[in-house]
Write a protein that binds this ligand. Sequence first.
Ligand SMILES: Cc1cc2nc3c(=O)[nH]c(=O)nc-3n(C[C@H](O)[C@H](O)[C@H](O)COP(=O)(O)O)c2cc1C
Length: 216
Amino acid sequence: MTTVEHPGTGVAEPRALRAPDLLALDRAAQDLLFREARTADTFTDEPVTDAQVAAIHDLIRYGPTAYNGQPLRVLLLRSPESRARLLPYLSSGNRAKTASAPLTAILAADVDFHQRLSELYPYRPQARDWLADRAARVEQARFNATLQIGYLIVGVRAAGLAAGPMAGFDATGVTGEFFPDGRHEAMLIMNVGRSGPDPSGDRLPRLSTPEVVRTL
Ligand SMILES: Cc1cc2nc3c(=O)[nH]c(=O)nc-3n(C[C@H](O)[C@H](O)[C@H](O)COP(=O)(O)O)c2cc1C
């Protein structure tokens, strides 16, 4: 079988494993969501509308979560005033791009997501009791909100937009500033917009399938 070397790794893998035609999604969609999609550091001035945000959420809300709990909550910052409240909590390298992005989202986990489980997970009414312990619930909220953030990044790309996720911020500070209710934890900041020129330098190498996948 022909092999190809994954750029930058020196690891060869069978070409068949990388063949895009083994996937059900057409090639253009694969490229839009993954191969051609880049993390954006610069954006055009084109606004991101509430209708686009709703269309993205309407798609990604079908991504699975444990107990169907859906703990992700999204706070959109559009006004200069709301952006100014966020900037001091960002690491210095993340400030300029966040100040200039058309839309910035604070992605948070609802640590009391279990309160909706009788509606969202009706065939296991006891699930709410399993999550009565706050520490266990917070872990579930973080884990599943993180999964939903992954879906959201792909959803942003499905709308032809680019995402700039950032973990470089003071999460405790952002939680206190924007979620004084005590039931949400800030997980990630994400800029969203139409990608500007030279979004983030050269594409970095990715691990090859044999480096990541083993079969026992
Ligand atoms: C969870 C997460 C946190 C990140 N945090 C930052 C950050 O704080 N600052 C930054 O400039 N880039 C950040 N990035 C961007 C990554 O470095 C970037 O997605 C990665 O290098 C892949 O780039 P590419 O999508 O252009 O190939 C983050 C990405 C993710 C997914």
